[in-house]
Write a new protein. Sequence first.
Length: 541
Amino acid sequence: MDSLRHLVELRHRGELLRTLVLRDRPLDLGSAPSCDVVIPDAELRPRAALLEPGALHVSLRRVRSDGRLSSARVLSTRPVSLGFGYQLRLRVAEAEPQCLDDACTDSVPVPELRSQSLVLWIGKGPERVRRRVGARPISVGSAEDNDLVLRDRAVSRHHCRFEPLAGGCLVRDLESRNGTWLAGLRVGVARVPVGSRLRLGRTEVCLEAETIEPAAERMVARSSVMIGTLAEARRFAQLEWPVLIHGETGSGKEGLARLIHAAGRGGPLVVANAGGLPDQLLESELFGHERGAFTGAERVHKGFFERASGGTLFLDEVGELSLRSQAQLLRVLETWHVCRVGGETEIPVDVRLVCATHRDLRALVEAGSFRMDLYYRIARLVLEVPPLRTRSKDVVALAEHFLEQLRPELGPRRLGRDVVPLLLHHGWPGNVRELRNVICVAATRCSDGVVDADALLPLLSRAPGQDATELGYTHVAEIVASYDGNVSAAARALGIPRSTLRGRLRLAAELAIDASDGRPRGPGLARAEDAPGDQRMTRPA
């Protein structure tokens, strides 16, 4: 079946004119000389229809009077009228017949493209526009009825069309006045490789592979504050300006950087840790080095900026850079050229810079350990990542997300009811990274596929910064309230003596605010009804 081809018969008033072979790209039919299949009939439109081959069928799109394409119609063995006595009919043959018309008219030969999601970038700078190449062709021109309208007087009303292929994209010039240019050549029909830059009039268009964010790295958010942060990140992604992400360690700064990259320009994403390299090595890693630049430099090495050109450079822990490295970075951001160590030639780079830090850069600027001019260069757009302890709604959602990620290795796992209060009221000093580690280890210790308190508590008590015996008074009261005021059950879940828990509850009640006289009142538990026995905590007089 490797020789299977779609064959389409072109007939005029029942008489067979041509048999068209459809391979892996659309065919343009019409009376214009530049069409793939030219029908010499003045009554027929210059471009009448587009045939699109699929894996199992062929679709027909008619060209309307305004130049736009109609919705797709699947061809069958029944004739479909093309207008003025012309008809199209599908015929499937297992072997390609001899002496058939092969309307492959690529103007520029390029290698086959792998199947991927593609986007068009139009223009330069902050006004750069992004348009995804989907399942249907995109018409480009200055007229308002185009799918993509260009405000360029040098662009024709219906300038060109981008047509998706099984392995890439095809650009088809629609007899524009100033032409469609690829690699310095004016083209009629051409396959366009990823990374190519085309010129339509005075407008530059670049075709890039779209980076699809893997499911494992998607940002999980249920809290309103984090949902707002993600929305702001997506808005920032549409601009080319540098972004500074500030947040505590493990709060998800790299995840936001990947989101900005995926929702933005596409291209390569290069991740660099500025705090993990000494100055001598950092310069070589950022800007690259020439062969023989220093001992051990046996070959030319491209730095982070060169490797990220056309995409995004994520520079983590930018607050750890020395003043010397800051000056070198500032020079690149002012000129957008890099000079390799040991080299003399400046190399232009086109990079979207995203920086991240857990330190207060404004305080560092006031202390003189961070350059003010560099700060204003990288902090044109600023994103604040809230710590996990301030977005309790995200904790359980993230925990369930991590368990789902472990399903292929450990099988199905779920959270027990007794662990939810523990997750909600732990301080998470390590933020999302700590939560991931705790859930992963607890999932290996649980029985019957349920992560319970016995599997979780030892991990929380080992966590640096806070353990089960050091919970705040308010948190302890809320945990006991989640067990319906049963102090013994809460003490067993927390792994602390009941007497210790009761003492902490008394202190919480003494610090409470009473609405009637302005004194403190305990949250939740202080208003709980008294219960018999020492199983429940009574409100002190």
